[in-house]
Design a protein around this ligand. Structure first.
Ligand code: ATP
Length: 449
């Protein structure tokens, strides 16, 4: 790099103490072991962009495992090694006691196949490591063992591209080498509000013309789709992928027809709504979006689509099963609503209908229905009704003298039902209900006491 830049101050100013300490420690150990060590990839990109990123990846020139072991010793952690590529993960407990991990890779010249056009002798191993990465903004490194600390290593114009807010590939065969990069380009473009460079966009189109998506293994596609679903705005990524022709190249069923797009938007809104409630249970975003992507498709097409998207067998079964379950529930919901208009529908009956559904399916149904009243009911079920418990417990029944048996759960369920339906609010009313049931069943002889 021509103009040397040091980012020690950025690290000092922008990172939490734990990350700072770790980077300095890695640098110190690198110096002691005589191993050049770098922080690389997304972490450096986000440091320059001033976005939080706890994911520290290290690359060592020489032998990463030696450095990983030293790091683990200092941190009181352990190392999981992959000898073959000299990569490893250091697993340790952070200051708060949470499990933390750092990837430590090795950059060695013998790992790289040299593209014929490159003058090999001039490349260092860190340069080769960075050259194999997807985009210039992801091909930055910070040297940690140098003095002064934190020399920025930028062989491919990553700083410039961050400044110009552009996603650029490092060479023209980048998408041929790895077509998942087409999806990654869109993901970073949408996440940071950058734009894919004109030449990179042409190379994406070129890759699609060459039908390279067909060669892509399912599990890699699934991995990228999952990442997209975890973004803040997955729909923006999907719309852009649609526009570039990536979606239809992956599977013709994926095309974003207007109804599907509108549904995906609503799903995104529902997920944001749910997240803001800060419930403990967190939905799997990809499941919700995959349900949306298959909206309106017949079973066989859906199954094909999920196969193409590389869903592991068990997950494919799970999502197909959820779709089928929703179908059954839709019918029962309709019946419930009809009864509602005749004023006999009860909340407890609704809860029974909805009980088999996963959180993902519930959010999906909520997004899918155009019926505002049903939407409200579903939201109350998600936030409140499904968590309700009876105000009396087994201990109360024991005190009433009920001998062990199935009546316990029957009564508690009845109490909950009555509570949901507003027929027995509070402990006293539910105890009275319990007594009534016990009298009916004549399990306890109240006249004796
Ligand atoms: P995120 O913030 O989404 O985690 P990231 O850049 O950290 O972004 P990872 O998927 O964890 O994403 O990848 C770490 C680094 O590995 C990237 O910054 C990039 O340099 C490199 N990388 C990941 N996937 C590829 C790929 N398909 N081709 C080339 N390089 C890749």
């Amino acid at each position: 790099p021509s103009k040397e830049r040091h980012v020690g101050k950025l690290i000092q100013d922008r990172l939490p103490p734990s990350a700072k300490d770790l980077l300095h420690l890695a640098g110190k150990l690198g110096r002691e072991l005589g191993l050049p060590v770098y922080a690389v990839g997304g972490f450096v990109r986000d440091l320059l962009l001033n976005k939080p990123n706890q994911d520290i990846d290290l690359v060592v020139e020489g032998n990463g495992i030696a450095l990983a072991k030293a790091l683990a010793q200092e941190l009181g952690g352990r190392v999981r090694e992959h000898q073959e590529f000299l990569t490893s993960v250091v697993i340790f407990k952070d200051a708060k006691g949470a499990e933390s991990r750092i990837d430590v890779a090795t950059a060695r010249l013998e790992y790289y196949e040299y593209p014929a056009a490159l003058p090999t002798v001039e490349l260092s191993s860190i340069k080769m490591d960075l050259f194999r990465r997807d985009f210039s903004i992801n091909a930055l490194a910070v040297r940690l063992d140098s003095t002064p600390f934190g020399q920025l290593v930028d062989f491919f114009g990553g700083q410039r591209d961050i400044k110009e807010r552009v996603i650029r590939v490092l060479h023209t065969l980048s998408f041929v080498e790895d077509p998942t990069r087409c999806l990654r380009a869109v993901r970073f473009e949408q996440r940071y509000d950058f734009r894919i460079s004109t030449s990179a966009e042409r190379l994406v189109k070129n890759a699609l013309d060459l039908k390279l998506m067909d060669k892509l293994a399912g599990p890699r596609l699934f991995g990228e789709f999952k990442h997209i679903c975890d973004e803040d705005n997955p729909l923006a990524c999907l719309v852009r992928m649609d526009q570039l022709g990536i979606l239809s190249a992956i599977a013709p069923q994926l095309t974003l027809i207007p109804t599907r797009k509108a549904l995906l938007q609503t799903l995104q809104d529902m997920l944001s709504w749910y997240r803001l409630l800060y419930f403990e249970k967190i939905p799997q975003a990809w499941l919700v979006y995959f349900l949306g992507l298959s909206h309106g498709l017949p079973y066989a097409d859906t199954s094909d689509l999920f196969l193409r998207l590389g869903l592991p067998e068990n997950k494919r079964g799970e999502i197909l099963n959820q779709r089928e379950q929703m179908r059954a529930v839709r019918g029962r919901l309709e019946a419930w609503q009809k009864r509602q208009n005749g004023q006999t529908s009860k909340v407890s009956a609704l809860c029974e209908v909805l009980a088999p559904l996963s959180l993902e399916s519930l959010l999906y149904l909520m997004a899918e229905t155009g019926d505002e009243d049903l939407q409200k009911k579903l939201s109350r079920y998600i936030t409140q009704w499904q968590h309700e418990k009876a105000d009396i417990s087994g201990d109360d029944l024991k005190e009433l003298g009920l001998p062990p048996g199935p009546l316990y759960s029957h009564i508690l369920r009845s109490a909950l039902k009555a509570k949901l339906d507003g027929e027995a609010l509070g402990r006293d009313a539910q105890l009275a209900l319990a007594v009534t049931i016990l009298r009916e069943k004549q399990e306890v002889d109240f006249h004796k006491n």
